[in-house]
Design a protein. Structure first.
Length: 300
């Protein structure tokens, strides 16, 4: 299947307060965000015309920017409205939504306090991240890159630069015939996949790593709420790689991945089962509910 370059598509993109034709949404090659990764972004999905947990994503975007030392020039209400505006402008009801904020061109050095902060929001159709075969369970290789310690990188921010090692890990895994990679943290503990959180069914309980050096994902928290709704005990803790041998089911959770069963991680094999199927079904139903109903479920 031929790839359609992202710079050559129809549609509109919200850019610094206005809708612009898709092909005109360009930035200069000497933008600070390109050279020094001074950029933060969000990944969101719209279902049936509603962007799932939009305010939570917007708040995380604003906080990510603050962690990187800059303030977005728009309030949360304005960003929410812009996301909805560009979704409608592209006549989409089910779509992926990508807000991104970055430092501009006024300074190009490590120090860039005087740069203008820009914000753009694009939307496009994007079906399941792992394709139609995801229900069979995907295969993960073991990544050689480690998630850094929180005192060595801004790990609580959804910062563009933090995804470089995810790209390296995923590319190597794909070259070896896997779908993705499992990343450990700097201590050698289980962390996450390259772009999604991970869960293990161990003895009927749902175990997941403490998010102390990677994002406590919005989908992650949603799945935990759904599990508790079904009286499934959720345990957040340090998980060592060898403990994966105790797991009967494994799945990933993230905005792009949604809920995706895993059938293999390195030498370990799993069978997607009832717990995974239940939470996947519950998640797929929840994302199509009204924002008010979503808020009620995740609060409970």
């Amino acid at each position: 299947m031929a790839l359609i370059p992202f710079d050559d598509r129809d549609g509109t993109i919200w850019w610094d307060g206005a809708l612009v034709p898709w092909r005109d949404a360009k930035l200069h090659v000497l933008s600070h965000g390109l050279h020094y990764a001074s950029a933060v972004f969000e990944g969101e999905r719209a279902y049936s015309g509603h962007i799932f947990r939009l305010r939570d994503h917007t708040n995380r975007l604003i906080n990510s920017a603050r962690i990187l030392g800059f303030e977005l020039p728009y309030a949360a209400d304005q960003i929410d409205a812009a996301c909805k505006e560009v979704l409608a402008a592209n006549n989409l009801t089910d779509a992926y939504v990508r807000p991104i904020a970055w430092r501009g061109t006024e300074q190009l050095a490590v120090s860039a306090q005087l740069t203008t902060i820009h914000l753009a929001i694009a939307v496009w159709p994007w079906p399941s991240y792992f394709g139609a075969e995801r229900m069979k369970g995907i295969r993960l290789g073991m990544g050689e890159w480690k998630r850094p310690a929180p005192d060595t990188a801004p790990t609580a921010s959804k910062a563009a630069g933090l995804y470089m090692i995810g790209t390296l890990s995923k590319h190597k895994a794909e070259a070896a015939g896997f779908d993705d990679a499992l990343m450990l943290d700097w201590r050698g503990r289980v962390a996450e996949a390259t772009g999604a959180n991970i869960f293990f069914n161990m003895g009927g309980e749902l175990h997941t790593p403490d998010p102390d050096c990677f994002l406590d994902g919005i989908t992650r928290r949603t799945v935990m709420s759904l599990a508790r709704k079904h009286q499934i005990k959720v345990i957040e803790r340090a998980i060592l790689p060898e403990e994966m041998a105790k797991a009967s089911e494994v799945f990933l959770a993230g905005t792009a991945a949604e809920v995706t069963p895993v059938r293999q991680i390195g030498e370990y094999h799993f069978t997607p089962g009832d717990m995974t199927a239940t939470l996947l079904k519950e998640y797929e139903a929840l994302v199509r509910q009204s924002p008010e109903e979503v808020a009620r479920v995740v609060a409970g």
